[in-house]
Design a binder for this molecule. Structure first.
Ligand code: ADP
Length: 253
């Protein structure tokens, strides 16, 4: 289509183009700002355990030879903080991977079978009872099986960390959607913290979460996985009563 130079039509087209260009720049700006924030937060998170490790190593060097108590304390702290660094880097890699990919490895699988398998695996590791409630039939679905497993592990891992009672996985199918909930009767989440749960590195209580080995990335990864599947994730929680996290996914077969 030919547009005459200097015509009204041309200036309208140019204006539209400029607007689209500005929107693109704004989006890029937001992405860069998010990346910068992530690098700053990640560096801070890495610095804390590294500082502890290096202080205890110095303590060992100075007094470790003569003092058994110093040796025990230092070795324990170094082991704990190294484990924390390991959790942190593992979660950061997982998040980077989930954010980088905007495609899914779709395959057909039975969600009930996957839930049973994941529950058995975590039961064997943590010795916690995990009950799986499912419809009478299997729930065949088309999704990224590895990512859905990862999502389940994150939700169950949190339920194990923040509760002591048995945990329930509830699966149901309604009108073109699959609903998957993980419910615990644990410490719950205060109302004012709810809006921040999916932010990277957010923890309700830094000290409490640190002692359980939490790094504050699990739910960001979970949200990314759900977004990739065009689903929705919601948290219902009451302090001292428990937490239920529900994921609703489109039921593609
Ligand atoms: P973390 O690795 O610290 O568990 P997450 O991103 O998975 O990080 O969760 C963010 C925060 O939300 C946690 O630090 C914890 O305070 C809170 N949280 C998540 N799941 C639960 C749960 N089932 N019960 C209580 N608190 C939870």
């Amino acid at each position: 289509r030919k547009i005459e130079l200097g015509s009204k039509e041309q200036s309208a087209e140019l204006e539209q183009l400029a607007r689209a260009f500005n929107q693109m720049i704004e989006k890029l700006d937001r992405t860069f700002a998010r990346q910068r924030q992530f690098v700053a937060d990640a560096s801070h998170e890495l610095k804390t355990p590294l500082t502890v490790i290096s202080s205890y190593a110095n303590m060992l060097k100075r007094w470790g030879r003569d003092d058994q108590n110093v040796r025990d304390e230092a070795v324990e702290a170094i082991a704990k903080e190294s484990q924390r660094l390991q959790n942190l880097t593992k979660s950061m890699l997982m998040l980077a991977e989930a954010e980088q990919e905007d495609w899914l490895k779709l395959e057909s699988f039975d969600l009930v079978h996957l839930a049973d398998e994941t529950a058995d695996m975590l039961h064997a590791t943590f010795q916690r009872m995990i009950r799986v409630h499912t419809p009478k039939t299997d729930v065949k679905m088309m999704a990224d099986k590895d990512k859905i497993r990862q999502l389940l592990v994150i939700l169950l891992d949190n339920a194990i960390k923040y509760s002591k009672e048995p945990i329930d996985i509830i699966i149901s199918v309604t009108k073109g959607t699959v609903r998957l909930s993980v419910a615990d009767k644990g410490i719950g989440i205060p109302e004012h913290d709810m809006p921040h749960l999916f932010e990277r590195f957010f923890r309700v209580d830094g000290a409490r979460s640190r002692s359980t080995g939490g790094v504050g990335l699990g739910l960001s990864i979970a949200k990314r996985i759900v977004d990739l599947h065009e689903g929705q994730i919601d948290v219902f929680s009451k302090p001292d009563k428990g937490t239920t996290i529900t994921v609703v996914l489109p039921h593609k077969k």
